[in-house]
Design a protein around this ligand. Structure first.
Ligand SMILES: CC(C)(COP(=O)(O)OP(=O)(O)OC[C@H]1O[C@@H](n2cnc3c(N)ncnc32)[C@H](O)[C@@H]1OP(=O)(O)O)[C@@H](O)C(=O)NCCC(=O)NCCS
Length: 310
């Protein structure tokens, strides 16, 4: 049995914060942010919109897109480092709000790689035959743990949510291979104290090396090569990091998803948000071979090679 993505949805807050807006509140410039990160604007959730609200909105769309009901969901995994509160989990909040009565529920903490951790975990339950439908949500309200006086981090992040239903897909389609990893010795480079604390240069070096390697590893595990790849969906942290992965796969620019300029780094939400963007633009077709790769605090990373379609 092959597990793949059978439904998808996303939610982005309406409020747009541009680089020019940030220039007014901190010592930065549109030029610096664009050239160093590729970010032009990001979405920021209002005070009345919490992580669970965004996750709920994205999850509803994914359920509808999959053509199932909430009661068909067996497990809810919510990848987030910005839960509404330490417990109960956002997953339990969604279980109640969706009416997913039979679903088990838990949050996954793997920072920006959280969506990859979630989807790969969901795949195991589906392929073992234990569960039929796993709802995986990547959602962050990073604005609530951002120090708006720290220009090193405040310009990078945005809020948003993406959700998928992992379920059985037809033969030849679905998740062909995966890689997950962690290096706790790098925890000191990216963590939350009260706010996000980051050693940008160290994270940058790690990301460039690990994203490229993980892309190659999942292709090898699936018995495929760079030439087989139709599309790359990297975690949207920084255009320079993303470009390094694209070059490692020797893909043309138009074969890599780029949403970082519009939404900034939305952590665990960035990959599913980008998948929806590409589907809506018609750049992903059934049977395309797609590599998705993420990295984040922990340090953590994860990648999949997936043959698109149900
Ligand atoms: C943060 C990052 C964009 C910085 O880019 P960089 O090219 O490495 O820049 P540097 O660290 O060399 O900093 C250059 C200068 O710009 C300054 N600077 C930092 N943020 C700035 C900002 N928003 N506006 C203006 N100047 C800024 C720094 O203070 C530094 O000044 P200094 O040399 O006088 O100390 C980059 O390191 C990065 O993207 N790292 C990965 C971060 C990431 O992805 N985190 C999330 C992981 S999921």
């Amino acid at each position: 049995m092959n597990a793949g993505i059978v439904g998808i949805g996303r939610f982005l807050p309406e409020k747009v914060v541009t680089n020019a807006d940030l220039e007014k509140i901190m010592d930065t410039s549109d030029e610096w942010i664009r050239t160093r990160t590729g970010i032009e604007e990001r979405r920021i959730a209002d005070d009345n919109t919490n992580t669970s609200d965004m996750g709920f909105a994205a999850a509803q769309k994914a359920i509808q897109d999959a053509g199932i009901t909430a009661e068909d969901i067996d497990l809810i995994l919510v990848a987030t480092v910005t839960p509404d509160q330490p417990f109960p989990s956002v997953a339990c909040m969604l279980q109640e709000r969706l009416g997913a009565k039979k679903a088990a529920a838990m949050d996954v903490s793997a920072a920006c790689a959280g969506f990859m951790y979630g989807i790969i975990t969901g795949k195991q339950f589906v392929e073992s035959g234990a569960y039929k439908h796993v709802l995986v949500v990547g959602v962050e309200k990073l604005s609530k743990i951002t120090d708006w006086n720290d220009r090193n981090t405040a310009v990078l992040f945005g809020d948003g949510a993406g959700a998928v239903i992992v379920g059985e897909v037809s033969e030849g389609r679905g998740i062909l291979s995966f890689e997950l990893g962690a290096d706790g010795t790098g925890a000191k480079h990216l963590y939350q104290d009260e706010y996000i604390i980051m050693n940008g240069r160290e994270v940058f070096k790690f990301a460039v090396r690990q994203m490229g390697e993980s892309c190659i590893n999942v292709l090898e595990k699936a018995g495929l090569t760079k030439e087989d790849v139709d599309f790359l969906i990297p975690h949207q942290a920084n255009i320079r990091i993303m470009e390094a992965s694209r070059q490692r796969l020797e893909l043309p620019v138009e074969k890599m998803s780029k949403t970082v300029h519009k939404y900034g780094n939305t952590s665990a939400a960035s990959i599913p948000i980008s998948i929806v963007e590409e589907l809506e633009a018609g750049r992903i077709k059934d049977d395309d071979l797609i590599v998705m790769v993420g990295f984040g605090g922990g340090l953590t990373w994860g990648a999949i090679a997936i043959r698109w379609g149900k």
